[in-house]
Design a protein around this ligand. Structure first.
Ligand SMILES: [Zn+2]
Length: 383
């Protein structure tokens, strides 16, 4: 780490701006003149950075680093990054290059009761398989980004708000860095879904948006002014625990009547258990899409509660877009009509008329791809 304000730290910051401009560009390549415009760095500075990073094998250009008109891109041989996403009942891994391009993904079921050491060992094993599939060695891995379905506060210690009990009380980033042997950043899975949808999904071009992950629980990641918003405590976006009715059903957080207790898949399945014990989320959705009035009603109501919570967020933050992801989007219009209805009833009129609601473009891969993109922030540039 260089001292802030030193020449070395300015140089690293400028290198980062060049690399980020390349990642953000279509096709991940630009000419030096385009890099200069995108970063507002002087052409001579850009030329020096391109020369240095090319000499270190991090960048490459079509016809040598010195040619200003040549297209510059991040070298495919510069290394790899991985995104590791732990869900309520799965583990998904994405392997990518240093431009953020996804090379391969894998998903495996994993019980929510697993110990963190067991989950990380499985992640490590799957990561080796993905690397082998690309003909790459573990030594080529530069960094990992990891998503957990838990609020990640500034301390980095996973607290009891997590739906994965085997992770409570540990510093996940420290332990994962030891396991993977490379710098590992950890964030809430919905924040990472928001990051991916805003960078490469349906949210491209929307500077303020929310990604709602409706699976066993209800997660939310916020993008404000183009950046993931974590708030002063690091835990922003926990709409799953907005109180919808203070006399409502008990929530796993210890409070009553939280959004999650009305709209999370676990809560819907629990409500339906009186009629059909051991029903799964996908079976419940199938019944609702068939002709089961009770299942239909549960999902429609879930959508309306989500819409009401979304209206609160949109009113307060002036959001342009809600991206909905997670297992429950399989319910399609049954859920989405409820969300629209809830927003229309509860948001200010101009907000309700403008805010868009879309499905996650990256489907069930949003959080894994977001984890991969987050890993890029931990990649050290050659000095
Ligand atoms: Zn709650």
């Amino acid at each position: 780490m260089s001292a802030p304000g030193s020449t070395a730290s300015l140089r690293t910051a400028n290198q980062r701006r060049v690399v980020e401009a390349l990642r953000a560009s279509t096709g991940s390549e630009l000419s030096q003149a385009e890099i200069s415009r995108a970063t507002q760095l002087a052409p001579a500075t850009v030329s020096n950075i391109v020369k240095e990073l090319s000499a270190a094998g991090f960048l490459e250009s079509e016809s040598g680093a010195g040619r200003r008109g040549a297209q510059v891109k991040i070298s495919l041989g510069a290394g790899l990054v991985a995104g590791v996403d732990f869900g309520h009942s799965h583990l998904q891994i994405a392997l990518g290059d240093l431009s953020g391009g996804v090379l391969a993904t894998v998903v495996r079921p994993l019980k929510s009761q697993h110990e963190h050491s067991e989950g990380l060992a499985l992640a490590s094993e799957l990561l080796d398989k993905l690397l082998a599939g690309q003909g790459a060695a573990r030594s080529e891995l530069r960094a990992v980004g990891m998503g957990l379905p838990a609020p990640i506060g500034n301390s980095g210690i996973i607290d009891s708000g997590s739906i994965l009990p085997g992770w409570v009380g540990i510093n996940a980033a420290e332990i994962a860095t030891e396991t993977f042997g490379v710098p590992t950043l950890v964030d809430n899975d919905a924040n990472l879904g928001a990051l991916a949808e805003s960078a490469v999904g349906i949210g491209v071009g929307s500077a303020s948006m929310a990604y709602l992950k409706i699976s066993s629980g209800v997660g939310c990641g916020l993008i404000l002014d183009g950046k993931v918003f974590r708030g002063g405590l690091g835990t922003a976006g926990e709409i799953g625990h907005l109180t919808m009715d203070e006399n409502g059903p008990l929530c796993r957080c210890g409070s009553r009547g939280c959004l999650e207790a009305y709209a999370g898949a676990d809560a819907l399945v629990a409500q339906f258990a009186g009629r059909q014990p051991d029903i799964t989320t996908s079976q419940l959705i199938a019944l609702a899409l068939g002709d089961d009035t009770g299942a239909k009603r549960l999902i429609e109501d879930s959508g309306r509660y989500l819409g009401r919570a979304a209206a609160i967020l949109a009113n307060v933050l002036g959001l342009e877009l809600f991206v909905i992801g997670g297992d429950m989007i399989a319910a399609g219009d049954l859920l989405f009509d409820g969300v629209h209805n809830g927003i229309r009833r509860h948001a200010l009129d101009p907000v309700a008329k403008t805010v868009r609601v879309e499905r996650a473009a990256l489907g069930d891969k949003s959080s894994a791809i977001g984890s991969l993109l987050f890993a890029l922030e931990a990649v050290e540039l050659p000095s």
